[in-house]
Structures are given as C-alpha cells and as structure tokens.
Design a protein around this ligand. Sequence first.
Ligand code: NAD
Length: 433
Amino acid sequence: MKVSVIGLGYLGTTHSTAMAKLGHQVIGIESDHSRLALLQSGKVHFHEPGLQEELQRQLASGRLVFQSGHNEASKDCDIHFICVGTPQGSNGEADTSYVVSAAKELAKNLRPKSVVVGKSTVPVGTAKELKNLMSDIAGFEVHLAWNPEFLREGTALEDSLKPDRIVVGAWDNYSVEKVNEVYKPILATGTPFLSLDVETAELVKVAANAFLATKISFINAMAEVAEAAGADAVALAEAIGHDERIGKKFLRSGIGFGGGCLPKDIRGFIARAEEIGAGTALEFLKDIDQINLRRRDRVVELARKELGNVSGKKILVLGISFKPDSDDLRDSPSLEIARKLAGLGASVTVHDPVALPALKDKSGLTVESDLVKAAKDAELVILGTEWKEYRELDPSKLDVKGKIVIDGRNALDVDKWQKAGWKVIALGRNIKN
Ligand SMILES: NC(=O)c1ccc[n+]([C@@H]2O[C@H](COP(=O)([O-])OP(=O)(O)OC[C@H]3O[C@@H](n4cnc5c(N)ncnc54)[C@H](O)[C@@H]3O)[C@@H](O)[C@H]2O)c1
C-alpha cells in the first residue's frame, strides 16, 4: 500500500520505518527542517536501538522517503498516519494544536478514498472533532480511524513490528478494512485485532498508561510505608508479584516514571475527564502523580541526610534519560533530581552512556562522558537510570571521596557494592550497611 506518516518524532520515525519494512511504499512528512535533513541522510535524531540501521535499509530499498510537506505522491496515498506530538498544555491538558494543524493541512491534500489514521495520543472526543473539521475542509466525508500506539522507547521497532494488539476505532467498515490491510503481515502472525468504537479506541491508550502509572506509584507508595516501617519494598514486590492477578512487572520501587508519555498522559486524562463531567472518577490519578513526584524529593532528602549541607559537595548522577536505551530527557526523574541538588548548591556531575548530547540546557550541571573522570572525588553517587553499564559496573573502579551510593532504581547488586566498601541506600529499603 501507499502510506504517508505525518510527524517524524519517536513515534513517526519508528512507524514509517516499520511500515516500509512490512513492504509498503512510505512517505514520511516532517515540518522540522533539521530533523528532516538528518532523516534524509539516514540518521535518526534520537537514540533507539536498531532503528537507524533499519531506517537506512528501508531508505536504500526505495520504499521509504522523507519530505517536508504534501505533494502529488503523498496525495496518492491509501492511508495517512497522523503521528505528531500532543505535549502537555499549560493546565495539564493535552495540547492538540499540532494534530489539528496537521489534519487541516492534510484535508486540503486528501483524496476521498484515502483513510486518515490517527496514532497520536489524544483526549477522548478529538477524533470526532477532527473528522468534522477535515470533512468541512475537504468537501467530502473523510474516512477517519483512530489507531493508538503502544510502542515503548528502547524497544520501539520491535514493539511496532510485533505489537501485542492492534486497536482501531472507526465509524465505517471501509476504514477498518484499510487499517486491517496495512497491518496484514503482522496480523498473519496471530496478533489480536480489536475493532472498537472511536471513543473507546481513544481511551484505550490513556487508560493503559493510567494503569501502568498507577502500578508504579502503588509500589512507590508501599516504598514510603516500608521506609517508615523498617520493611523492604523490593522483597514486598517480589512476594505480592507471585500472585498472578498482580504480576511482577512494573512493580520495581524507585524514583518513578517520567518521559514524554506517562506523566503528560495521566495529566491530560484528568483534564479531559473534568471537561466531560467525569473528573471525580480520576481524582485518584492526582495522587498517582504526586506519589511519583515525591520520590524525586525523597532522593534529595536522602542526599541531605548523608551529606548534611549539600552545598559545594560533589554529587555524581548516573543516568539522565528517563529510562535505559533511550536518550529521551522529557520529564526525566533523574535529571530533575540532579537539577534540584544543583539548585541547593551541590556541585552535580551528570553521566549517561548516550543521552548527554541531548542535554541542551546544562545550567548548573557538569557534564562528563568519561565515567572514571565523572566519579573522581564525588562524595555521593546517585543511580538515576538503570543502564546495563551501571548495573554491571565494578564499583572499585570509581575513585571517589565518599563511598555512598543511592540506588534510585533498585538495580544495583547490593552485596557487590558493599563488599567494595560502599554504603548502599536504596529507595523503599532499609539496607543494613
Ligand atoms: N514517544 C513514545 O514512546 C510514544 C509512544 C506511544 C504514543 N506516543 C504518542 O505519539 C505522539 C507523538 O509522540 P512523539 O514522542 O513521537 O513526539 P515528538 O514530539 O518526538 O514528535 C512529533 C514530530 O511531529 C512533527 N510535526 C509537528 N507538526 C507537524 C506537521 N504539521 N507536519 C509534519 N510534522 C509535524 C514535529 O516536528 C516532531 O518531529 C504523541 O501523541 C505521543 O503521546 C508516543
């Protein structure tokens, strides 16, 4: 099929590459000229394992091209995927202005037989507004479907090619059939295809993220209790996780969730629920958000407990991306902790295996890509992102002034660090040192 993908960020770059790999003829459309130029030269503007190599293969195959706007070739597409951003607005709501302007532009360049498929995460009700808006501009009833995306940064390409389900919401069968057709090679492997009403399809994504955020904040709330009670939240998670109704995934206590999706999606969900008169139902998500943010303050509190006045003290933060295998710094818990400590006058050095070039605002932070140099004379080390390289680190290699580590992710081998003479402090645990 001929496919266009509008907006080439984390989602659109991955989706366009995946669509080409499935054998479709793909036109990726990106309005940011520097991003576009990079993509055209075969470079991905963010870190995502395996993506750049696959993108280069697809460019070389001729099935994938990138351009800045619509032209005759893009007008000819069977399906147009909208993948532009929906960042957090000033009152927590999702800012849908990029989706609206991408839809307006597309409506001017649309053929009646083409199907528009939204993949961006939007407030429930957005698709209906877009369908009306686009139909008015196009002068015919636009085929529109919503197909939320569940890829995870770090495993984005794999998740796109082998999703655990494909969800589509549409008003007409023609749109559902086209979406089914575009995913045919994936569906042939037995992936469930869920055809829902549009509002439910829109809700699936934010509901899933609200559930995941709740699971993380649940164990972090238990961590707060465990810290006060002298108990161990890691052992607690293991014990409750054996119950298959609960499960072990997303039950690792630590400094909580961040990134470009979970935090803004739960806030946007709360805002939309309030708009449609269902705010009470999502009151609890405000607590989920607060529990999450409190964990960042807890690390600052622990640092002050260990060092007294942190002013002038050298602190090393290991990892600034919001999760390993990504260089996404959006709402990164570890970066916020680093900035909070720097705000208190600490001399904070940050290290990360890949995300340092993505750090544009370096104010108050020292950036060091050599781990041994970064650690030199540190009085405290904080593990903020559980990169493999930190999990496997030999602590005796670090020439520090104070052998104290705060494990913000419960990812370090406590025995190993203690044997190397370190005091290990971990969130939700009362480790005897
Ligand atoms: N990042 C993820 O892991 C992920 C996962 C699932 C869903 N989502 C959702 O997907 C959407 C996109 O997320 P992202 O992280 O890729 O955002 P992003 O900000 O990284 O990328 C959006 C891209 O769209 C471009 N763009 C904006 N308006 C445009 C237009 N009119 N024409 C062409 N290009 C335009 C921007 O320049 C940018 O490159 C969001 O709604 C997000 O919530 C993201």
